[in-house]
Design a protein around this ligand. Structure first.
Ligand SMILES: [Fe+2]
Ligand SMILES: [Fe+2]
Length: 169
């Protein structure tokens, strides 16, 4: 079934939105590295890698539906924050915006009766529930720890356990 042109364009926009999220999370990883919080940096690096995988899910879907993948420029990410809490608030806001984008895409796929696109987007609807929940939890933990250097170090050690893809050599 031919992918509707408007839907193809919106899915391409989402490839870019996911890549922009990856770029923003990598910038946050760099912020945490410079703030000497390597565990937070590892957690955000893994998050960045996950967003790249999301972009590729949309990329593959567009390509397999015989439409063109078109990449666009990505804006320079914010890399300076007043505090760890402020960075995580920005991340949560970004996830909430992505959830709204996925909802809009699902509505568009429904309008066009594109059930395969709806199936793809169902996965993303569930994923966004998980994403918002995980950032909300991280925000609660970081707010609780931010005024106590020892607690912040303990949280940083915990966050370091999140697996990342190996660094290429
Ligand atoms: Fe994503
Ligand atoms: Fe996300």
């Amino acid at each position: 079934m031919k992918l509707n042109n408007d839907l193809a364009k919106a899915l391409n926009d989402q490839v870019n939105a996911e890549l922009a999220a990856a770029h923003n999370y990598l910038a946050m990883a760099a912020y945490f590295d410079s703030a000497d919080l390597p565990g937070f940096a590892t957690w955000f690096r893994a998050q960045s890698q996950e967003e790249t995988q999301h972009a590729m899910k949309f990329y593959d879907f567009i390509s397999k539906r015989d439409a063109d993948v078109t990449l666009a420029a990505i804006a320079q990410p914010t890399q300076t924050f007043d505090s760890p809490t402020q960075a995580i608030e920005a991340a949560l806001n970004m996830e909430q915006a992505v959830s709204a984008q996925i909802h809009a895409l699902f509505g568009m796929a429904s309008d066009h009766k594109d059930y395969a696109a709806q199936s793809l987007l169902n996965w993303f609807l569930d994923e966004q529930v998980e994403e918002e929940d995980s950032f909300r939890n991280l925000l609660i933990q970081t707010r609780a720890a931010q005024n106590d250097p020892w607690n912040l170090q303990v949280l940083d050690k915990e966050l370091a356990a999140r697996p990342t893809d190996p660094t290429p050599v």
